[in-house]
Write a protein that binds this ligand. Structure first.
Ligand code: PEP
Length: 288
């Protein structure tokens, strides 16, 4: 934790200031986005190829004119090829949901970065809480995967977030700070700057419970201060931090309107054209 760094608003730009964190949240709730928004749909283990094509064709129709934000869809590996071909003439960008820490070789069941690049994949979700929980992925493994992604021109979307028990024990900052430091370990300043972080409180994923705007902003602010303590103010100002956890058309506008929230990682609501398209449209109205 780096309590001596605070993120303040100036009339012209955000800047980090050294000193006690005295700014109150209402002071921070001013729209002044200097980072490009990134909204990503994590389809998880859903959709056959035919279903994926239905979804992506609907999204193409709805989002054809969107150029002011990065819109990323992350289908399962089995649909990447078909979806890649379907979106080549659209503003949609392709992401994968995992990546090996290795390259090509005798690693049964793994996916090497070259295989993703071959399908025009640009982003890869790493360290999602479901992988941390079910595949016991550690911060160190996530950091090695993130380094492998960067070495191969893939942008990692690195997920962090506390469980309900951890929030109730008031150790959110301790947990999230450890995850951020561990998952970015070994990356260069330039690589950290180009990484996307996703703050996803585990208690809000797939539960219908969303962090309040104040809770989200508070943790995003904290994450930015951790990045500042590691790599300085410029990097902290440039890194994009998404919020994830039951984002819906009805709450996206307010959540993504927070000064340190630079986009969303959307699970359930990204599986349906109307919901995902409305999240994007409502958000862009909010930040225009
Ligand atoms: C996610 O899995 O990354 C996620 C945020 O899911 P949901 O939107 O369904 O909570």
């Amino acid at each position: 934790m780096c309590p001596s760094v605070r993120w303040i608003k100036t009339p012209s730009k955000n800047r980090l200031e050294l000193g006690p964190k005295t700014a109150t949240l209402p002071d921070l709730l001013v729209m002044d986005k200097e980072r490009r928004l990134i909204i990503a749909g994590n389809w998880k283990c859903n959709k056959t190829v035919a279903e994926a094509l239905d979804l992506v064709n609907g999204l193409k129709r709805e989002l054809v004119a969107v150029t002011e934000a990065d819109i990323v869809i992350c289908p399962p590996f089995t649909a990447l090829d078909a979806v890649s071909k379907a979106i080549f003439d659209s503003p949609l960008r392709l992401g994968a949901q995992n990546l090996s820490e290795q390259g090509y070789g005798a690693f049964t069941g793994e996916i090497a970065p070259g295989m993703l690049r071959d399908l025009s994949v640009r982003y890869v979700i790493l360290g999602h809480s479901e992988r941390r929980q079910y595949q016991a992925e550690s911060d160190a493994l996530v950091a090695r995967k993130a380094a492998n992604a960067h070495a191969n021109n893939l942008v990692p979307i690195v997920c962090v977030g506390e469980t309900l028990a951890e929030r109730e024990a008031s150790i959110t900052e301790k947990v999230v700070g450890t995850q951020v430091r561990g998952s970015l370990a070994g990356l260069t300043v330039e690589q950290v700057e180009q990484t996307v972080l996703a703050y996803e409180p585990v208690w809000a994923i797939g539960t219908g419970k969303t962090a309040t705007t104040a809770q989200a902003q508070e943790v995003h602010f904290f994450i930015r201060s951790v990045v500042a303590s590691l790599h300085g103010e410029t990097t902290a100002r440039r890194i994009r931090i998404q919020y994830g956890g039951s984002v819906k058309p009805g709450n996206a506008r307010e959540l993504l309107g927070q000064p340190d929230v630079d986009g969303a990682l959307v699970g359930g609501a990204s599986l349906e054209v109307r919901n995902f398209a409305d999240i994007v449209k409502n958000t862009l109205q909010a930040t225009a």
